[in-house]
Ligand binder design. Structure first.
Ligand SMILES: NC(=O)c1ccc[n+]([C@@H]2O[C@H](COP(=O)([O-])OP(=O)(O)OC[C@H]3O[C@@H](n4cnc5c(N)ncnc54)[C@H](O)[C@@H]3O)[C@@H](O)[C@H]2O)c1
Length: 105
């Protein structure tokens, strides 16, 4: 079933967002926090220094402050580390994921 926003609706959603501390990931994570049927948001970023890391940390702190119902879990992981990804997420029963990690050049 698809709701008015275009999201597929499952009974409870477990979402992975890679690059959550980036510009798009941050705004998406904030938006998803307000959606009731989302049970877990797994937020992944490696906090690389392509641009100011303080800005990414500030975004992280902002998400933590908004996450009153503790939906978010945070993972400082490089997406290229496949074995660690498997270890962390294999049993998470992900229903959706947003791949937003990005590095120019
Ligand atoms: N910013 C825009 O206006 C815009 C518009 C359209 C599409 N997009 C697309 O959206 C995506 C995200 O863009 P953005 O502006 O949020 O970029 P961003 O650089 O602000 O964010 C990317 C995030 O990914 C993280 N990251 C990079 N490599 C990683 C890795 N190997 N493992 C884990 N995390 C890693 C970075 O630390 C950063 O926090 C890109 O694919 C971009 O092309 C952006």
């Amino acid at each position: 079933m698809v709701n008015g926003t275009g999201f597929l609706i499952f009974h409870k959603m477990n979402i992975l967002i890679t690059g959550y501390a980036g510009f798009i990931g941050f705004h998406l994570t904030k938006k998803l926090l307000g959606i009731k049927i989302i049970k877990n948001i797994y937020c992944l970023d490696n906090f690389n220094d392509y641009y100011d890391v303080k800005l990414k940390k500030h975004r992280h702190d902002h998400i933590v402050s908004l996450d009153k119902s503790k939906k978010c879990s945070f993972f400082k992981i490089n997406i290229k580390n496949k074995s660690l990804l498997l270890k962390k997420f294999k049993k998470k029963k992900l229903t959706s994921y947003f791949i937003l990690q990005h590095r120019l050049g």
